[in-house]
Design a protein around this ligand. Sequence first.
Ligand code: TGC
Ligand code: FAD
Length: 389
Amino acid sequence: MAAYESLNYMNIDSLLTEEELLVRQSVRNFVTERVEPLLMKANREEKFPMELIPAFGELGLLGSTIKGYGCPGLGHVAYGLVMQELERGDSGIRSFCSVQGSLVMYPIYTYGSEKQKEKYLPKLATGQLIGCFGLTEPDAGSNPGSMKTKAEKVPGGYKLNGNKMWITNGCVADIAVVWAKLDGKVRGFIVEKDTPGFTTTTMKGKFSLRVSTTSELHFQDCVVPEENILPGVESLRGPLSCLTQARYGIAWGVIGAANACYHTALHYAKARTIFEGRPLAANQLAQAKLVKMVQEITKAQLLVLQMGRIKEKGTLHPHQVSLGKMNNCRMALDVAREARDMLGGNGIIDEYPVIRHMMNLETVNTYEGTEDIHRLVIGEHVTGIAAFR
Ligand code: TGC
Ligand code: FAD
């Protein structure tokens, strides 16, 4: 297979700065040299390659846009390119870095006390500490406002009771950022792994995102100290604002998965001979499939670049992020399914990355707000009428 190149059909690379291109190249090399060789085994064994974590820290992939506390303070386009390159490897690898940066470090940085920031952020940036984000519950997925997990004020702290489900990195995390209702208001709590009353279980049997650890979190009379509540937010806006950061990264990331599938399908179609020794790529139907991929990936690239530039100016709104997340996840899933088809029988074995990406993208289209939820967010924005309920 030819060395990986990302699609640059509209010369979008010319809109990137030297620094952004350098960041992209360094993460691309890392994924080719260090990540890709581990993926087949990790995916078969349903196991995250923990040995990569120190390198994530050294390369500045954890909390990349945060300024200070040992973080590199990258621009938002550079960060998007990081996510894209990681997800070219595997959505589970990108997920690890998204959760750590957008869902654990971002809330501590944005809503935490100075003491919390100093205690946790530098170690989360190096990967010495791993974090997870507990919002979803068995009966509260798309509608986290209906969460049942409760916090109660007790002398010296807060007592948590409830269960969280589908939590990326839950079982391997040193700290969990957990959202619970205190006196009817959603509050964030930092729960350290050995806190009495806090237990986790691994969710097994996933056909998707197998390279990522997914867990349940259980809180039974779990008392967290007073200083572990996030003081800066008292509403569902707290967790939802974290989701906006993560969804931005996903909108970029999935282009990497789509690119990997397109690249594989293109080179496969040129090498594979079909009827009377003609390459598959010489067939008009095959070309139509490849052209559709080029068309959709290119549009997605333009969408995220504009999202990134307006995020850098501070004017990117959550409903715009919903459009990017919804469009690009669907695009990537469609590209992956078409690429899988073009590989014929070879499309279903893990010698090629396509089936792994295709299965992963089913999760990515669902988590961080399902495609329907983003459609409803945009619907509410354009009509002024909320149609969730
Ligand atoms: P609603 O009344 O609309 O809003 C409540 C408060 O939140 C504010 N807000 C947002 N702020 C920032 N970003 C957003 N995207 C926001 N959406 C709403 C809003 O302004 C309000 O603020 P305030 O100050 O007035 O209190 O809330 P709602 O209960 O009607 O819910 C709206 C809805 C359905 C869109 C929301 O619940 C939603 O987004 N649901 C989807 C849930 C979801 O995405 N869960 C993801 C869980 S985490 C995950 O999947 C991690 S995967 C990790 C990996 O990468 O591996
Ligand atoms: P449901 O909300 O039950 O949705 C089922 C179906 O109903 C979907 O098709 C949905 O679009 C549709 N639907 C829902 N509401 C409406 C409506 N109003 N109108 C029309 N249709 C609707 N969560 C975390 O908190 N932290 C994590 O780290 C995390 N990691 C995850 C990792 C994986 C691998 C997965 C699969 C999920 C993860 N999640 C995490 C949870 C994820 O965010 C939820 O699965 C997602 O938000 C959907 O919730 P649900 O699964 O309960 O589906």
